[in-house]
Design a protein around this ligand. Structure first.
Ligand SMILES: [Zn+2]
Length: 262
């Protein structure tokens, strides 16, 4: 079994607002973060696809809840970070690991992006053009994940790493949060034409029941406040809310705290 380019990446809505990403060619598929089994299984079945692997970005139940049931049907390897909270992992991953499926292969590089959870992983396609990033709950459309473990400095650093990927890299986040995140982005940068344009684009997509993802690194760099902590308009918006530490990390921390209340 192999995944040969060209391959497709399908967005499978799951639970309230999750996406399971299914990478597939005509016959084989890899599922990323299957939070529930049924919608993934239905897609695989209706497209005549054989599941050959499951990838996990992190151990939260809305990303892992479907694994056991899928494995009853497909009995495939599960890649991710081994942890008592995610007993399904068969292949424990670390920064720098490379995954290869098939020949010619789809190759994915593993990077560690702590900050939402301390052992959160991302997968970056090794040689596709444009690039492909599966970033779970660290980078969202116009936003970033909540901080549960590790430090906010780690989360900031992880986001900075992703922000430095090539601008045309496709960003496959795990939740449809873009519209709500853009309301916050507009509060941070009321004068931003890029944010206003994205709000219009997202409104149109959601009216057609289309995903707002994947986005691109360039679009995130232009509209995502958590990647824009040095922008004067954002700093001024936070200063009006009492910000005194205007270092990049100070701004990031203040943004994350404001977003939690927004
Ligand atoms: Zn999560």
């Amino acid at each position: 079994m192999s995944i040969r380019p060209p391959f497709e990446i399908a967005a499978i809505p799951a639970l309230n607002d999750n996406y399971i990403w299914i990478i597939h060619n005509e016959s084989c598929a890899i599922a990323v973060d299957p939070g529930e089994a049924e919608p993934a299984h239905a897609y695989l079945k209706s497209h005549g696809l054989q599941l050959i692997a499951i990838l996990c970005t992190h151990r939260h139940a809305d990303h892992t809840g479907g694994i056991a049931e899928l494995r009853e049907v497909y009995n495939v390897p599960v890649y991710g970070r081994r942890h008592p909270g995610n007993p399904h992992i068969t292949h424990d991953l670390r920064e720098g690991n490379q995954l290869k499926f098939g020949s010619p292969a789809i190759e994915l590089n593993v990077i560690e992006i702590p900050g939402h959870l301390e052992d959160h992983l991302a997968y970056i396609a090794a040689d596709t053009k444009p690039g492909i990033l599966f970033c779970g709950d660290v980078l969202f459309g116009a936003g970033c994940g909540r901080h549960f473990e590790g430090t906010l400095a780690q989360l900031h650093h992880s986001l900075q790493r992703l922000a430095q990927l090539p601008g045309d890299t496709r960003v496959y986040s795990a939740h449809e949060y873009t519209a709500a995140n853009l309301r916050f982005a507009l509060a941070c940068e009321p004068g931003s034409e890029a944010v206003q344009q994205r709000i219009a684009d997202v409104k149109r997509l959601r009216a057609e029941n289309q995903p707002t993802l994947p986005s691109t690194i360039a679009l995130e760099n232009a509209t995502n406040p958590f990647l824009r902590c040095t922008q004067p308009e954002i700093i001024q918006a936070l200063q009006r809310r009492g910000l005194t530490d205007t270092s990049e990390l100070g701004v990031f921390k203040a943004l994350r705290a404001w977003r939690n209340l927004f």
